[in-house]
Design a protein around this ligand. Structure first.
Ligand code: SF4
Length: 409
């Protein structure tokens, strides 16, 4: 099993961010960590100290917490779970929030992979995004992380920023690649409702989606060209493109993320954290209300509710008073997720694993999509493996939309 730990605090909200995170004072952080420790302990007891293959501490900004709090969280995980030898333990870290002391303490506590949210090498872009750091802060954090012994570092970058050109983006990407992090993620900016960016760019995003030329955001062609050149440049620096948005040096792909894309079971703890449990067919989500989360953790209870599997079949589903959502994932949704997540990886999906999981041949579920996308040169089917071609990766949104199912399959 994999464990995700959510730390919902940030120094200040970025202009594009719709994640579950907000600034909080020291007292709230202290109470939250106390609640989190109780939740971790609860699951350790419920599942009788289950085996963990990876841990991912994300947010928010986990590196904002006092180092003593992070030490307590990691200690509780070690007590409540059987973390396997060599497990990948990642923590997200934002430049400007971690000092040498904190990084040394993370190392000692067992964190062996750091994911640094850089987003851009240009200070004017960082300002536009509302980030709290500049590029120098990042370089400082990166160097300190190396000096304190981190041998597995991811750097997050964002593309499709307002006024971004292919040349500017690729020059920044090369600058990062020259630092030789083990892993680089490049995600496109999404304009999310409810954010300051939505106010400024929603009209532009709509215009682009309708095939028009946006005024401030890069055009679709520019985005495609950024994607193509990112893959080329990172290949020339020795990175493997192992997922639509992720690149790694050989042997450094994120095991935690691969588990997620393969729909392996994971447990999420913390505010709003989601879990996929049992045979990856039951999904839970914790409450997103901070005060409720903290109060409920003082007395976590196991409950039962009757849910419908089909129109006639019902089953009792265990859940806790922390959960806002507890539901069976329909067979149709499981199949769609299997395809969406699996095809995002360059290794693709196998006919065999599809048959094993769903007891039906993949061709019987997707006869048209497989045929048409192969004809269009977007999908490759060979030796029982189905994967996106290079062109298919570039147009992944279009390709994956073909795997939506109309009816319960
Ligand atoms: S640091 Fe990350 S989680 Fe926090 S506000 Fe910025 S984008 Fe959101």
């Amino acid at each position: 099993m994999e464990l995700y730990v959510h730390i919902p605090f940030c120094e200040k909200k970025c202009a594009y961010c719709d994640f579950l995170s907000a600034p909080a004072n020291e007292e709230t952080q202290r109470r939250y960590v106390g609640a989190l420790l109780r939740e971790i302990r609860f699951y350790g007891e419920q599942f009788e100290r289950p085996r963990l293959d990876s841990v991912y501490i994300g947010g928010g900004t986990p590196s904002l917490l006092k180092k003593e709090y992070m030490e307590l969280i990691l200690k509780q995980i070690q007590i409540s779970f059987a973390v396997v030898y060599g497990a990948e333990v990642t923590m997200e870290c934002n430049p400007g929030t971690a000092n040498r002391e904190k990084l040394t303490s993370y190392q000692k506590s067992g964190i062996n992979r750091l994911s640094i949210g850089l987003q851009s090498v240009y200070d004017y872009e960082l300002q536009l995004l509302g980030r709290i750091h500049n590029f120098r802060d990042f370089l400082h954090t990166y160097e300190m992380a190396r000096q304190t012994g981190f041998q597995n570092i991811n750097v997050d970058l964002m593309s499709a920023l307002p006024h971004q050109t292919v040349e500017k983006f690729t020059a920044g990407l090369e600058r990062v690649a020259r630092l030789k992090p083990e892993h680089i993620s490049v995600y496109s900016l999404m304009i999310e409702e409810g954010t300051p960016f939505y106010e400024s760019y929603a009209e532009d995003a709509r215009r682009r989606a309708a095939g028009g030329i946006p005024m401030q955001l890069p055009s679709e062609e520019t985005e495609l060209e950024i994607g193509r050149q990112t893959a080329e440049i990172l290949a020339s620096f020795g990175y493997e493109h192992y997922e639509v948005s992720n690149y790694a040096r050989p042997g450094c792909a994120s095991r935690h993320n691969i588990g997620y894309w393969r729909r392996e079971p994971y447990l999420g703890v913390g505010l709003g954290a989601a879990s996929l449990l049992r045979r990856s067919d039951v999904r839970y989500s914790n409450t997103t209300e901070l005060e409720k989360y903290i109060r409920t953790c003082e007395n976590i209870k196991l409950l039962q509710k009757e849910v419908s599997l089909t129109r006639r079949k019902k089953q009792m589903l265990p859940y806790t008073n922390l959960h806002a959502v507890a539901e069976y994932v329909s067979r149709r949704a499981q199949i769609e997720e299997f395809m969406f997540l699996g095809l995002r990886m360059t290794e693709g999906v196998t006919r065999r694993s599809f048959k094993e999981q769903f007891d039906v041949e993949i061709e019987a579920v997707y006869p048209e999509a497989l045929h048409t996308l192969s004809e269009q040169g977007l999908l490759e089917m060979r030796a029982g493996i189905i994967k996106l071609t290079e062109r298919g990766m570039e147009l992944s949104n279009y390709v994956l939309a073909n795997f939506l199912l109309d009816t319960d399959g």
